[in-house]
Design a protein around this ligand. Structure first.
Ligand SMILES: C[S@@+](CC[C@H](N)C(=O)[O-])C[C@H]1O[C@@H](n2cnc3c(N)ncnc32)[C@H](O)[C@@H]1O
Length: 204
């Protein structure tokens, strides 16, 4: 399974990834401002879905959010408590998040869908929608591109998405778009972040 390949690839490089990218100092100031601004309005239980080393989970915790970090890579989840002892973490997959229907006020998915084969992304967005209560929000960070394309990411194959197609996928999963941000940092692939709100109404 492709999920197993992603889990194995990150498991083998978890220490290296944590060293290179597992701290706030490695995160762009614009992203920190976006996440902290979003965090102000959450007001309920939140999941950092695909948290990796857990630095964004810790960031949300420090901003007063009742957050739990989940990731399928046990090497990340095993190491996080030593770095961030006050923050809860557990091993889980994005395919079956450990949350009851509508139990969450928000989900952060910061680059956690980038390795998901594009035809599987709608199912994961549906899973996010299942867990987020109506009017709750999702903050999604991902690589932007003119079309959906695979590329050789340093860890394992990743995909970039055009913003309009991600908007469509979010709408199909029952979200409305609140904010979209795009940016190209020197030497980096184009970046996009979308805040989307879970619509109320009949179940999806
Ligand atoms: C690019 S890293 C991002 C990690 C973290 N959010 C960050 O910003 O550094 C992608 C993360 O998503 C996790 N991930 C990818 N697919 C997943 C899945 N199906 N279930 C759980 N975790 C997944 C990976 O294990 C990895 O930790």
């Amino acid at each position: 399974m492709l999920t197993d390949a992603v889990r194995l690839a990150y498991g083998q490089r978890a220490a290296e990834y944590t060293e290179a990218l597992g701290s706030l100092s490695a995160m762009a100031e614009e992203d920190q401002n976006l996440v902290s601004g979003w965090a102000r309005d959450i007001g309920g239980p939140t999941m950092d879905a695909g948290c990796g080393p857990g630095h964004w989970t810790k960031f949300l915790h420090d901003h007063g959010v009742a957050v739990e970090g989940v990731d399928m890579v046990s090497e990340f989840i095993g190491g996080a408590p030593a770095r961030f002892p006050e923050v809860p973490f557990r091993v889980a997959t994005l395919e079956a998040l450990p949350a009851d229907d509508g139990a969450l006020a928000a989900i952060l998915s910061w680059y956690s869908l980038i390795h998901t084969p594009p035809h599987d992304v709608p199912a994961l967005l549906n899973e996010f929608a299942r867990c987020i209560r109506p009017t709750g929000t999702l903050l999604l960070g991902f690589f932007e591109g003119d079309q959906i394309d695979a590329f050789d990411h340093a860890v394992v194959t990743a995909y970039c998405w055009p913003v309009p197609l991600m908007h469509d996928a979010l709408a199909a999963a029952g979200f409305e778009i609140v904010e979209t941000h795009t940016r190209v940092d020197p030497g980096q692939r184009p970046h996009a972040a979308i805040i989307a709100r879970r619509l109320s109404g009949p179940s999806l």
